[in-house]
Structures are given as structure tokens and as C-alpha cells.
Design a protein around this ligand. Structure first.
Ligand SMILES: Nc1nc2c(ncn2[C@@H]2O[C@H](COP(=O)(O)O[C@H]3[C@@H](O)[C@H](n4cnc5c(=O)[nH]c(N)nc54)O[C@@H]3COP(=O)(O)O)[C@@H](O)[C@H]2O)c(=O)[nH]1
Length: 733
């Protein structure tokens, strides 16, 4: 409080000089001091007598009664009050007196005692002293008018101080309110949230205040009159649901929330949350609304990004499987009489390109394929990458199946030209299966399943083709699924076995090798030949574990013979999927080491077609195997159109002439010419020749005349289990 009194004194400019000046103006002098002091005791006694009446009077008014409070508070006040009035009769007030008065003024103002009560109390005070003052002056023969004037002077001096305290407090309160107002204004102006106030008493709901951030977020231009039309009038929001929601909130005087989008002058899109709250006037009437705009552009962009990620393929930017399902579900649910086509595409032999040239090349190829596919479609068609090399296209407004066919043909043609990727010139085709709504299915799942089945049919029919779904395909797909399940079971339950077919040197009738040939001992269907299940195993991705089993078992068998003293080379066939240096070469090296087989007792056969079509993939594996010391053979030679010059560049030990040339070798001059030329060429290249499919003695004789003595065929023996092979050759030898 002392500090407050000091600052109040400073504010009203009161000091010793001012006190003197005020007293001089009131013509307060030593006579007044003397008169008051002379009357001090009787007047004080008179006040003490009237104090009860005064406090009873205070209790008559609500405000003063509330200020007095409990009886003990009243006793304390009464005591202080008596001291206060006593001071008035002390004579000329000094600085200490003034400070005490200011302090009392501050306390009264602070507890909320209105000046009318404080100042009004002086009247009651004077009235209660008046009879005593008059009687005392008369008794003493002194002038009552002079004594009364002295009392008025000091009371007036006191009242002035009280008024000063109140005025200063008022001014300070006003200054504080103004400072708070300015701070609020600066805070609103510097807020990064847009803040605006709407006058809802006017029909058009104008914005009567808007801070800088409001203009920045909305891109709305400042208006000279400082007013803006209601946000509901903004072109973009005039008819939007978002604004309808806010209008409804205003009508029912509730708070409202919505999200709005604004396009700024540079075309930049901003998303803001709008929180609108009613503002009431002093009578509680809802006159205005305050709106806060919070910028959520980054959050919206992040949400959009996440949504894009969740619905798009990161590599090609096409929509993904999930989004295609959604879209297809939506379209089939809304389709009434429309026709819809689903095209399921799977690139032919993409896996080989990917595995042999690396994933970067594969990825680039997929992107280029996606680009060409998009160019074949119209704006409202949907294209998705389903994963790997599978794409799905949705044509949702075709009039006839022929329209889908046209698009599919366009796609085949678009993929026809080569793809230039890095230094490679790649050719890729696709197999396309088509299902139609409503005839092939009425929901997303069924249409996709049937398009997929049709695509498999297109592949089976030779690839680079288009097939429409038919019921027969369902049976085919079911059969395919069943064989795939059976193959998995066969691996688990060891239903595979190897048969061995002799390879014979006809000059000495000596066994010079065997070819390991896979058989499936099906528990219900009996022995199944590899042609009937290897393509399915390749499609289902099961050829790798099956091939690994073949490698291990054939090497184990050859090692058993070797350990028994029979050095019998064993040939193994590799599928195209297994022609992978990184996987297969170590697999073979480990199997040789595990079973202790001399590497030259193993021959790996790869067909001419695979070697020629996948040379970039196969060559590193041939070289890796060559380093191991394993022998290498080109199988089915004559069926793959390899350039004969190419033979020179491959690390081959053996050429196996395909059995199709041998069947009519004794009668067909064309076959004879080819086989003779091949035998002669191989001899020059120091490559051993084996002829396959030899079934008759005259074929053996013809080949012998041409200098080919190593043959394989039913004439010398069909593929048999290893125990039967050993027996039969023991007899012949
Ligand atoms: N990737 C793998 N492929 C394999 C494996 N085991 C076999 N196969 C391939 O399956 C195809 C069919 O093989 P299969 O039914 O065993 O037929 C072989 C012989 O039985 C048959 N053959 C042999 N001599 C004659 C004959 O005088 N007449 C005649 N009509 N057929 C005969 O030829 C097949 C062996 O051919 P090849 O492999 O070209 O030497 C076949 O393509 C096998 O390669 C395996 O484990 N993995």
C-alpha cells in the first residue's frame, strides 16, 4: 500500500507545497487550528455519542450494509472511523495526515465503496457535531460561525483528498482498460490464426473486423470501408455444405465448426478450420460472431499424401489393388444397365527380365509399360498396378464386348515396339484376360477372379493374347488351384522321385551316363510325368524348391554310385526359372560338397530355347558352373533356332540333338542333312553329341555311320528307378 499511496500522491501532484496551497485556498490558518483543537474533546465526545446512530443509518442501505459485514468487522471499522474523525480536529494537516487520508481513500475505492457513501458520511458527521459546537461556542462566548467555518475548511480539505483518490483510481482503471484493449488488438493483429468479427444484427452478416492473418489465409482483398461481405458470399462457399452448417449454427446461436478451402491469387490452395462463436452484448443479446481461422493446409496435404500412398502404386503412380477394388465395388454397385469390362494383364516373361537384368531395369520397364498402357485408355478408364507385373484396367462404359476387345488389341499393339532401357533393347508382351459385367460377375471379387482366370488361359494359349472369360475357365482355374495345392503337398510328403534313363556308347554297348528325370508318385493318380506338372509348378513358383530337391537327390545318387566304385555321370534338367547364377550355382556347389561327388560326374542340361532366349541370364550361370568343373549340355538342340555361330561362344561340353530329328532319320533326307551337319560342326568345335529319342536299331546304325555313337532312347532303356537301372546294366555288361 505505501507504494500505491506514493504513486497516488504523485498522480494527483500532492506534496508539502500543494498541501500549503490547498490550505491557503481554503483560508485555513492558525486560528482555525486553535479553534478546532479547543473544541476537539467535546466534539469527539459528541461523535462517540452519535456513532451508534450513524452506523444504524449505514445499515439502512444495501451497499453500506454489505460493506459493513459481520459485527466484529463493524466494531473494527467503528474504531478506525473514530480515529479518522479525531484527526480532523487536530488542526493544520501535514504530509503524514495527507498520506493517511490517501490511504483510506484507496482502501475505500478498492473495496468498492462508492464515493457517495464515503463523502456523504461527512454530512452525518457535521450534523452530529453541530449542536455541541454551537453550545460550546456559546458557553465560551466565541463565534460559532468561525468555529463552524474552521470545521468546514478541514472537512473540505479531506473531501478533496477523497475525491482525488477516486478520480485517480478511475483514470488508472481507464488507462489499464485502454492498455488491455490495445494489447488485445495487437495480439489479434499479430495472431497467425485468422480472426474476424461478423455483425449478425445486419441482415447481410458483414465482416466488420478482420486481422492480417485472415486476409493472408483467405486471399480476400482489403476493402476501403474496412468491411467485407460474409464468408458465405464467397464464390466457393456460397452453396457448400460447410457454410450451410455454419449458417445453421448462427441461426441457433450455437458455436460452429467447419473446414473451408480458399484458392489464393497464385493458385495456391489453403485449407482452414473455422471455429465460430457467438458474442453477446452487455444485455446478453447475441449481436456478433467471432470467427477463428486455423491453417491446416500442411495437415491436409499430409492426409492427401497418405491417402495417395494408401491408394497408389509408388513405382508407376497408378492406383493400387486396394483402390481398384474400391472403384470396382463402387462402379458395380451403381451400374444399372451399363456394361463394364475388367482387363487383367500379366506381362509375359517379365520375371526373367527382372531376374537377369536386375530390378532397376525391371522397374524402369514397368514404368514405361504403365505409360504405354495409359496412352491406350480414355480419361475415365481406371488403370491399376496390382503388384509385380500385373495390371488391371477397368472400362466402365463399354457398349459391347467388342469395345473391350478393341482396347485389349490396342494394348497388345502398343507393347509391340521394343523398350529402350539403359543399353538394353527389350521386348515384352502381355497376356490379357477379360471379364464382363454383368455376364461374368456382378461384384468386384468375381470380376477380378474371372479376368485373372482368363488371363491365365491367354498365357497357356501361347502368351501375347487376349482371352474372354468363360465357364470352362472356372473349371480350368479350379483344376489349376487343385494341382498347385497337390504340388505343395507332394513336396511336403516326399511324393517325388527320380528315374534314370541310360545314355549309351553304342560302340562298346557301355553305359556312359544317365539322365535324371522327375516323376510324381501321386497317391491317387499314380505316376505323373513331368510335362503334366512342371509348367504348373513354374507358374505357382514351386519349381525352385522342386528343382532344389532334384539337384540334391540326383547328386546324392551319383555320389552313391561313385562311392560304390561306379563313375556314372548324371544329367539334370534345369527349368528357365532355375537359370540363376546367384541361386543355382551355390546350390549345386554345396550339394556336390555335401555328397562328395566329383563335379565332372554331373551334367547340367538347359534347353536350346531357354539358352537362346535368356542368354544374358543363362550365360553367367553356365560360366559359374564351368568354374565348378560341372559339365554343360544344350538340350533339345534343333528346336530353338540358335545361330550355329553362337555355339562357339558358349562353354558347352555336349549337344543333345532333339528326338524330333531322330524319329524319321532313316527316311527324311532333310533331317539327315541337319543331323549330319550338326555332328560335323560339333566335332569341329570339340563338343560331344548325344542323340535323343533313339528307339530302333536302324537309327543306331545310321547315327553310327555319321560318327555319332552316344545315344539315349527307349531302344537302350526307358527311365527307371535307380535300383532297376543298375541291375539291367550289370546284366548287359
Ligand atoms: N526342369 C526339369 N525338367 C524335367 C525334369 N525331369 C524331366 N523334365 C523334363 O520333362 C520333360 C518330359 O520328361 P519325361 O517325361 O521324363 O521324358 C523324357 C524321356 O522319358 C523322353 N524320352 C527319352 N527317350 C525317348 C524315346 O526314345 N522316345 C520318346 N518318345 N521319348 C523319350 O524324353 C524326355 C527327356 O527329354 P530331354 O529332357 O529333352 O532329354 C522333358 O522335357 C524333361 O526335360 C526335372 O527334374 N527338371
Amino acid at each position: 500500500m505505501p507504494q500505491a499511496v506514493e504513486s497516488l500522491a504523485r498522480a494527483i501532484g500532492i506534496d508539502t507545497e500543494e498541501i500549503a496551497e490547498r490550505l491557503a485556498f481554503l483560508e485555513f490558518g492558525s486560528d482555525d487550528t486553535r479553534r478546532l483543537q479547543a473544541l476537539k474533546t467535546p466534539l469527539q465526545d459528541a461523535w462517540d455519542v452519535h456513532a451508534d446512530t450513524f452506523y444504524a443509518h449505514l445499515l439502512d442501505f444495501d451497499d453500506t450494509r454489505a460493506q459493513l459485514g459481520a459485527p466484529e468487522v463493524m466494531t473494527r471499522l467503528r474504531h478506525a472511523h473514530s480515529g479518522y474523525f479525531q484527526c480532523l480536529l487536530e488542526g493544520a494537516p501535514d504530509w503524514r495526515y495527507v498520506r493517511d487520508r490517501l490511504n483510506v481513500g484507496l482502501v475505500h475505492q478498492r473495496i468498492g465503496l462508492a464515493p457517495k457513501w464515503y463523502i456523504g458520511a461527512y454530512r452525518k458527521y457535521i450534523a452530529s457535531l453541530l449542536p455541541t459546537l454551537l453550545a460550546e461556542c456559546e458557553r465560551r462566548g466565541e463565534s460559532a460561525a468561525a468555529a463552524l467555518d474552521s470545521l468546514f475548511k478541514i472537512v473540505t480539505f479531506d473531501i478533496c483528498l477523497a475525491i482525488d483518490s477516486y478520480i485517480d483510481a478511475e483514470q488508472q482503471a481507464q488507462a489499464r482498460a485502454e492498455a488491455r484493449g490495445r494489447l488485445r488488438e495487437r495480439a489479434m493483429e499479430s495472431s497467425t490464426n485468422g480472426i474476424f468479427i461478423v455483425d449478425i444484427q445486419r441482415q447481410e452478416f458483414p465482416v466488420i473486423y478482420a486481422n492480417a492473418a485472415f486476409y493472408k489465409l483467405t486471399g480476400l482483398p482489403h476493402r476501403d470501408d474496412g468491411e467485407l461481405p460474409c464468408l458465405c458470399q464467397h464464390d466457393r462457399h456460397r452453396h457448400s455444405d460447410c457454410m450451410a452448417h455454419i449458417r445453421q449454427a448462427v441461426r441457433s446461436h450455437r458455436e460452429g465448426y467447419t473446414v473451408l478451402a480458399f484458392t489464393l491469387s497464385q493458385g495456391e490452395q489453403r485449407w482452414v478450420e473455422l471455429f465460430a462463436s457467438p458474442v453477446e452484448d452487455q444485455d446478453g443479446a447475441n449481436t456478433h460472431y467471432i470467427g477463428i481461422l486455423h491453417d491446416i493446409t500442411e495437415r491436409k496435404q499430409a492426409e492427401r499424401h497418405l491417402l495417395h500412398q494408401a491408394t497408389h502404386d509408388p513405382l508407376t503412380g497408378l492406383v493400387n489393388r486396394y483402390r481398384m477394388h474400391q472403384k470396382l465395388t463402387q462402379v458395380t454397385e451403381q451400374a444399372e444397365r451399363e456394361r463394364i469390362a475388367v482387363l487383367f494383364l500379366d506381362l509375359d516373361r517379365f520375371k526373367l527380365i527382372n531376374d537377369s537384368l536386375g530390378h532397376d531395369t525391371g522397374d524402369e520397364l514397368l514404368c514405361q509399360v504403365a505409360g504405354r498402357l495409359k496412352r491406350c485408355l480414355r480419361g475415365n478408364d481406371t488403370i491399376a498396378r496390382f503388384g509385380g507385373d500385373e495390371f488391371v484396367i477397368l472400362l466402365d462404359d463399354i457398349t459391347a464386348p467388342a469395345d473391350a476387345r478393341k482396347v485389349a488389341d490396342k494394348i497388345l499393339a502398343a507393347l509391340d515396339p521394343h523398350f529402350a532401357i539403359q543399353e538394353h533393347s527389350l521386348f515384352v508382351s502381355t497376356s490379357i484376360g477379360i471379364s464382363l459385367y454383368p455376364e461374368h460377375g456382378r461384384d468386384s471379387q468375381t470380376l477380378l477372379k474371372h479376368a485373372d482366370a482368363a488371363m491365365y488361359q491367354a498365357k497357356a494359349a501361347g502368351r501375347n493374347q487376349v482371352t474372354f472369360f468363360s465357364d470352362a475357365l472356372t473349371q480350368h482355374a479350379t483344376a489349376k488351384l487343385s494341382i498347385e495345392n497337390d504340388l505343395r503337398l507332394a513336396l511336403e510328403e516326399r511324393q517325388f522321385c527320380l528315374h534314370y534313363q541310360p545314355i549309351v556308347d553304342t560302340r562298346h554297348k557301355r553305359l556312359v551316363g544317365v539322365e535324371a528325370l522327375l516323376r510324381w508318385q501321386h497317391p491317387h493318380k499314380g505316376t505323373i510325368a513331368p510335362d503334366a506338372f512342371i509348367p504348373q509348378a513354374e507358374e505357382a513358383g514351386l519349381i525352385l524348391p522342386i528343382g532344389a530337391w532334384v539337384i540334391d537327390r540326383a547328386i546324392a545318387q551319383a555320389a552313391m554310385w561313385q562311392h560304390a566304385g561306379v563313375r556314372l555321370p548324371v544329367s539334370i534338367n534345369l527349368s528357365v526359372e532355375e537359370c540363376d547364377s546367384i541361386r543355382t550355382a551355390p546350390l549345386i556347389r554345396q550339394a556336390l560338397a555335401r555328397h562328395g561327388l566329383a563335379p565332372e560326374l554331373l551334367q547340367i542340361e538347359i534347353t536350346e530355347t531357354v539358352m537362346m532366349e535368356q542368354i544374358e541370364r543363362v550365360l553367367p550361370m553356365l560360366e559359374a558352373l564351368k568354374v565348378l568343373g560341372v559339365h554343360l549340355a544344350m538340350d533339345d538342340f534343333g528346336t530353338g533356332y540358335s545361330s550355329l555361330r553362337r555355339l562357339r561362344d558358349l562353354p558347352l561340353d555336349t549337344l543333345k540333338i532333339d528326338k524330333s530329328f531322330i524319329t524319321s532319320i532313316t527316311r527324311q533326307p532333310a533331317d539327315q542333312a541337319i543331323v549330319s551337319a550338326v555332328i560335323s560342326l560339333a566335332r569341329k568345335l570339340d563338343i560331344r553329341v548325344i542323340t535323343e529319342g533313339v528307339e530302333q536299331a536302324d537309327q543306331v546304325a545310321w547315327l553310327a555311320r555319321e560318327g555319332c555313337h552316344i545315344v539315349q532312347g527307349y531302344y537302350y532303356g526307358k527311365p527307371v528307378p535307380p535300383e532297376r537301372l543298375r541291375l539291367s546294366w550289370a546284366q548287359q555288361n
